[in-house]
Design a protein around this ligand. Structure first.
Ligand code: IVH
Length: 747
């Protein structure tokens, strides 16, 4: 045997194995090797074929990658027309159809029907000659479609060659090409990331993918197919009934719906319809109904056709899951945790079996991505029990004069500031203690075990207290009287008294618990303890400004000043409106904007200064408090309503032992000092940095006039030179050690 013969044999064996695995995967749904092993077989075959291109055949599994783009599709005349289906929308229409079938067939007993889901994709005809796929065509107008062979060859579920040898010489197989839901989601996710247009639904995605002139694009799309019928057959017809014919197709390697069933009479049809209806959302692909066919081919023949649809089949449709309607307004709702969510108020529309008049828009990113505006015509989808959503805007129908939706700056419920932390999708109301929308959650949290730990005040009781208007905020709890509590449902006088005692006991707490109990966004138990320890008193925490916490480096100050003051905006422009403007520096976030507001009234007053006035060296460094948390913390205490509740809490006697007040100077001896570390040091730089920071120092990366000390190790370069030029104190490690020793001695 020649070396070439060996390779020929190996190629044949690999093709057979790969075809076998495709069959197991796509037709039987019983794969028996891991994907990695399948990929290995494919790669081996590819390598052999590229070494011997003369051995490549068009039905090799490697030939599914698509070829050169076409300039147009060729038309194909269907030798047997591709029909459509009549629809039934309810049980009565189904019963009427069944009766017509029985009357025509002159049957008194029940008719046997084949039942399959009605796939939401597009119809395709596959022509096999001598077991090889020679042509694939779309339905078109039913008489004439488009030749999409090159595209269909890239769909792995469709065999290029039929299995076995008992197929008719010519057999035309018909079915539906569709895109499974997960593949659709992935495809759209990819498109979104690449900034490309997304598909509205899996059906459009399947159609768009199959009607591609460039089959290499089709090859990347996750298309699948189920066969549901036969067209032209030359030679013996495969079977006397539909279900048997489908079983033969399956044996030849063609994918058939696993849901195919034979049912008896209209009752069987209705039971099948109800069962599939219940499982509709769990199916891995979209369907829009169920198709019933008289199972017996001879009976089908007798029944024949009317116009373009057969008498022997019917589609029992599910209620549509997508409809068009208009957006009357976009409003904002505040959730119980303060999330401010945009909601589309819709002209009521019947979709997915119910009337829908509101649809959540989730968050502002989504509103912007979909560009939904009041006045727009939109596609609304309600699938199963899933909450209704706006799928997309029909841009062509947009009336003149619509305005983009803007996030309100104040909570529509309580008027507190709304904040949307940089990089987060959700905007929130910062009036946590006061906002009516958040009351229940705020009080539940306040009473919870790790907060004020009010014994006997469970969630149900909190709800009763609020629903009966006895309390509005956590401070009101402490004004409750015995008879008010005892008057509540399922509340004996004894438990009412116990609750009063528990409330009294809870007044004595710790600063950490109190802080945690306030329910400030982002302030968990550990962070509350951290803040209490580092700052010592509620006063100190409430007095924090963003400028105490957020840095602007000299270089940032310079770029920002140049950019902001070069925009040519009026001097009265509020600084936060600069957020998100073209050319804004990346680091310029909401936190920075609010911090600058603390220091400059508006753009004019900022530009009246030099860039160095924009620089900021924070005075506090609190473990774990980044820009986002700093904003949430400062904004919370900034809301007058929150402050009122805090004052009330203190007035009713909630108290704790305060610490030293702002960290005592002797513990932060390097407060306000700026260090730069350079050159090779005897210990990791980070270690020294942490040590210095623990003593209150700021450690930066570049030397400026503001630098107090440069610690220079061996082979220090430009930073050392610059320090010397600026007259900054330079220490070697020895010098640093004595500086620190001195501090410890004086402490
Ligand atoms: S049988 C002559 N079975 O529905 C009968 N059609 O509305 C031909 N469809 O063009 C169709 N799933 O694209 C049949 N299980 C199924 C189907 C199905 C989806 C589509 C098909 C057809 C359209 C008619």
């Amino acid at each position: 045997m020649t070396a070439k013969q060996d390779e020929r044999d190996r190629i044949a064996a690999l093709r057979e194995q790969i075809d076998q695995h495709n069959y197991r995967y796509y037709v039987l749904d019983e794969p028996n090797i891991p994907d990695a092993e399948y990929d290995r077989l494919m790669r081996e075959l590819q390598a052999l074929e590229s070494a011997h291109p003369d051995l490549i055949t068009p039905d090799s599994p490697t030939q599914r990658v698509g070829g050169a783009p076409l300039s147009a599709f060729t038309q194909v005349v269907h030798r047997m027309p591709m029909l459509s289906l009549d629809n039934a929308f309810d049980a009565d229409e189904m019963a009427a159809w069944d009766k017509r079938v029985r009357d025509r067939l002159k049957l008194s007993g029940v008719v046997e029907y084949a039942a399959e889901p009605k796939l939401d994709g597009l119809a395709i005809s596959l022509r096999y000659e001598d077991g090889r796929l020679v042509q694939a065509a779309t339905r078109g107008d039913g008489t004439q479609g488009e030749d999409v062979t090159a595209n269909v060859r890239t769909i792995k579920a469709i065999p290029l060659k039929l299995r076995g040898d008992d197929w008719p010489r010519v057999v035309e197989v018909r079915g539906e090409v569709f895109m499974p839901k997960t593949g659709f989601e992935r495809l759209n996710e990819r498109a979104r990331k690449a900034g490309e247009k997304t598909f509205v639904n899996p059906r459009n995605a399947a159609a768009g993918s199959l009607r591609q002139l460039d089959s290499r694009i089709t090859a990347t799309r996750p298309l699948a197919m189920f066969c549901y019928g036969l067209g032209e057959v030359e030679g013996d017809h495969p079977a006397p009934t539909h279900d048997q014919a489908m079983a033969r197709l399956r044996g030849w390697g063609l994918p058939i719906s696993p849901e195919l069933q034979v049912v008896q009479g209209v009752d069987g049809c209705l039971a099948y319809y109800a069962d599939i209806g219940r499982r509709r959302d769990a199916l891995p692909y979209d369907i829009d109904g169920v198709v019933f066919k008289v199972n017996d081919y001879a009976a089908q023949q007798t029944l024949g056709f009317v116009a373009k649809a057969p008498r022997w089949a019917i589609a029992h449709k599910f209620p549509a899951q997508e409809e068009l309607t208009t957006v009357e307004a976009v409003e904002f709702q505040v959730g119980r945790t303060g999330a401010v969510t945009p909601v589309a108020r819709l002209t009521p529309v019947f979709v997915g079996g119910v009337t829908v008049s509101n649809a959540t828009l989730h968050n502002m990113d989504e509103v912007e991505r979909k560009d939904v505006r009041a006045g727009d015509t939109v596609i609304v989808r309600r699938a199963g029990d899933v909450i209704p959503e706006v799928v997309s805007v029909v841009q062509e129908h947009r009336p003149a004069g619509t305005e983009p939706v803007v996030l309100p700056s104040h909570c529509p419920v309580c008027g507190s500031d709304v904040i949307k932390p940089e990089g987060e999708a959700v905007a929130r109301c910062s009036g946590g203690l006061y906002c009516a929308a958040q009351r229940k959650e705020a009080v539940k949290h306040f009473a919870s075990r790790k907060a004020l730990d009010i014994d006997g005040l469970g969630d149900k009781l909190v709800e009763q207290l609020i629903d009966s208007d006895l309390i509005h905020d956590p401070a009101d709890l402490f004004d409750l009287r015995l008879e008010q509590i005892a008057g509540l449902e399922r509340m004996a006088e004894k438990s009412a008294q116990n609750l009063l005692n528990a409330l009294d006991a809870a007044k004595q707490t710790t600063l950490a618990r109190f802080l945690f109990a306030l329910g400030i966004m982002g302030i968990g138990e550990a962070m509350a303890a951290n803040l209490a320890r580092e700052l010592g008193s509620l006063q100190a925490i409430m007095a924090l400004r963003l400028a105490d916490l957020i840095a602007v480096k000299p270089s940032q100050a310079k770029t920002f000043h140049g950019w902001a003051c070069g925009l040519g905006l009026p001097p009265t422009t509020p600084l936060p409106t600069l957020l998100g403007r073209a050319g804004a520096p990346k680091w310029f976030t909401e936190a920075h904007a609010l911090m600058l507001v603390e220091r400059f009234a508006d753009l004019g007053s900022l530009c009246a200064t030099g860039p160095e006035q924009v620089e900021n060296a924070p005075t506090r460094q609190i473990d774990g408090v980044g820009d986002v948390l700093a904003t949430q913390l400062v904004t919370f205490f900034h809301q007058p309503h929150n402050r009122e509740v805090i004052d009330k809490l203190i007035a009713v006697g909630v108290h704790w032992e305060e610490g030293q007040g702002p960290a005592a100077p002797e513990r932060q001896p390097l407060q306000g000092k700026t260090f730069v570390l350079t050159g090779t040091l005897s210990r990791p730089r980070d270690e020294i940095k942490t040590e210095l920071q623990a003593l209150g120092a700021k450690v930066t990366g570049s030397v400026s006039k503001k630098t107090d000390y440069v610690v220079a190790g061996e082979a220090a370069g430009s930073k050392l030179t610059k320090a010397q030029a600026l007259g900054v104190t330079v220490l070697d490690e020895q010098g640093l050690a004595s500086l620190l020793q001195g501090l410890i001695d004086t402490a």
